[in-house]
Ligand binder design. Structure first.
Ligand SMILES: *Cc1c(COP(=O)(O)O)cnc(C)c1O
Length: 368
């Protein structure tokens, strides 16, 4: 039997979340971001669902992720966001994002040598400080666009804080992006698509939508915003992943019994303690030690003591009639209670992205 996380992936929720994106994005095309194995949900199955539900493009971080999708038979256009490999870009008909002039010119010349033309997107840095053209980007783009081996199909940038309530820095980035668009137009360069909006901007900043939007997190049912997903222009998102663990032991322990390494928890009463088969090797951080709850029989049970490598202890004293066959929900809903990746993220001062990728990537997945 599988040890560790069992993740149920609700592909119907993926489709519903894509519909929520489309409702917000209006006429903008949708570039669905499925990097990091679809944020830990399984890139092949999720991509098939997204394309079936009307995503126009897929986007991955690295070339190898795109190759995996092609080998699974996915024919939709795929954008490679970082560090594209020219050989595989050509072989698998992928769309590279190019972030500097030198690489762009090298791609153009190699494509020309092979008597072909590749569509590319050019990245500009409007304030993220990560990747993209910075120095007079319009001039560089005009130089790149003059090459025969490539067609500049898109210009993109990335927002650094679209999820916070104060929109001023986002506005600075959007202004720079719009100014670039105007300057290129003035120079007679018509680009098919400009895109800059991540999930937070899809939900909260309509003026960031441009010709295409690039959501990731919201497709998996979460919002990174200060405001809740519901408050954000009425988008109601459905969490896609339910993460469960198996209960492998159930014991009644006497008052005063210490639990787990370093005795950080000592039973203050006679206690019913369960051991579940997940630990930090499964992506369940040691920072959840004495600092998380799970659901059993529709009720919350606290994690007690330190999280171990392969197992974690939970206090089931308050829950009636627990048996070893009961499901233990780490993320998901049971009865009227639910625990989301955002709740877990808050407990350990991280973001739901990290919770989903940590737990999802090591899980045994089942698709619904
Ligand atoms: C990850 C990523 C996205 C998606 O961001 P979300 O916050 O998950 O919506 C969009 N664009 C780029 C370049 C990214 O790296």
């Amino acid at each position: 039997m599988h040890r560790g996380i069992i993740a149920d992936i609700d592909l119907g929720a993926v489709s519903a979340n894509l519909r929520a994106v489309k409702a917000l994005a209006g006429h903008s095309a949708v570039i669905a971001v499925v990097k990091a194995d679809a944020y830990g949900h399984g890139a092949v199955e999720v991509s098939e669902t997204l394309v079936g539900a009307g995503a126009d493009y897929l986007a991955v971080a690295f070339t190898a992720e795109a190759v995996k999708l092609r080998e699974a038979g996915i024919t939709a256009p795929i954008i490679v966001l970082f560090d594209p490999d020219l050989g595989d870009i050509l072989k698998y008909c992928l769309i590279p994002v190019l972030s500097d002039c030198k690489t762009a010119l090298a791609f153009a010349r190699e494509a020309e040598r092979r008597k072909t033309r590749i569509p590319v997107h050019i990245k500009v840095d409007t304030g993220m400080g990560r990747l993209g053209l910075t120095d007079r980007p319009a001039n560089q783009i005009l130089e790149i666009a003059a090459e025969k081996g490539i067609v500049v199909e898109g210009i993109m940038s990335h927002l650094s804080e679209a999820d916070i309530a104060d929109p001023s820095f986002t506005k600075t980035q959007l202004d720079a992006f719009t100014a670039l668009k105007m300057e290129l137009l003035k120079n007679g360069l018509h680009i098919k698509m400009f895109h800059i909006a991540n999930s937070a901007a899809v939900m909260n900043i309509p003026e960031a939508h441009f010709d295409a939007v690039r959501p990731g997190l919201m497709l998996y049912g979460y919002s990174s915003c200060d405001r809740t997903a519901k408050a954000s222009h009425g988008a109601s998102l459905q969490p896609v992943m339910t993460a469960k663990a198996r209960l492998i032991s159930l014991r009644r322990l006497q008052t005063g019994t210490p639990i787990s390494y370093a005795r950080t928890f000592v039973a203050k009463r006679e206690s019913l303690i369960g051991v579940i088969a997940i630990g930090y090797a499964d992506g369940f951080s040691t920072r959840f030690s004495n600092n998380a709850e799970v659901l059993v029989k529709g009720k919350r049970a606290p994690v007690v003591g330190r999280v171990c490598m392969d197992v974690t202890m939970i206090d089931l004293t308050e829950i009636e009639g627990v048996t070893e066959i009961d499901d233990v929900v780490i993320i998901g809903r049971q009865g009227t209670e639910s625990i989301g990746a955002s709740e877990l993220a808050k407990r350990i001062q991280t973001i739901p992205y990290e919770i989903l990728t940590s737990l999802g990537s090591r899980a045994k997945r089942r698709y619904l």
